[in-house]
Design a protein around this ligand. Sequence first.
Ligand code: ADP
Ligand code: ZN
Length: 217
Amino acid sequence: MRAIFLGPPGAGKGTQAQRISEAYQLMHISTGDLLRGTIKDNSELGRKARVYMERGELVPDELVTALVRERLRAARRHRGFILDGYPRNQAQALALDEILAEEEIPLDLVVHFETPVEVVRDRLMGRRVCSSCGTNFHLKALPPSPNGRCSRCGGELMIRPDDQDQTVEQRIRVYEDFARPLVKFYRKKDLLHKVSGAQTAGDQYAELKRLFERKAK
Ligand code: ADP
Ligand code: ZN
């Protein structure tokens, strides 16, 4: 299965992409995680990316696309992949089409996580992220373990630097301006499936599993 998860920040893409890719042994390609990895490594790319990410802006296309291309080459050896956070604008969608054509790995599915903006705000304000394994939690909706640590690996939780009020508003704007038009782009290709981003993580997971089962046939 080769899928894109598309939706605003806080829609549940990352959480579900992690779970579904584990369940179906797919490669989870999160450009946000890849970029945060380059920052952690203090690489040249990381130093460039950081400035954009902290402002809630898009990292330049060529930097992100290079990361994705490299990963998709490796994905050939997997049963498929979930792209989470890419493409995020028209230029990236076209670049992706090219890469997939070169690698001869057509897309099966684009899941659109449709999510009201109030839900997005609430999710990002309450979000906590494990500093060691990257798993997402939410203070109310997806609480970590009672000792306040990651319930997966025991790691320390942190607030993502871009989950601050002003940056959240900027990320919402960037989504509306650049990524939302992609819904139409993939609808025309007849790949689009809508999932409500406002439901609980458990309900979202159940719905996605049904969708993946149906598609796998
Ligand atoms: P969210 O979807 O919750 O905003 P991500 O972890 O996917 O979080 O992305 C965090 C930040 O990383 C974005 O605000 C942006 O700066 C950068 N980023 C991630 N993916 C891309 C992309 N495809 N193109 C450009 N920038 C990206
Ligand atoms: Zn963890």
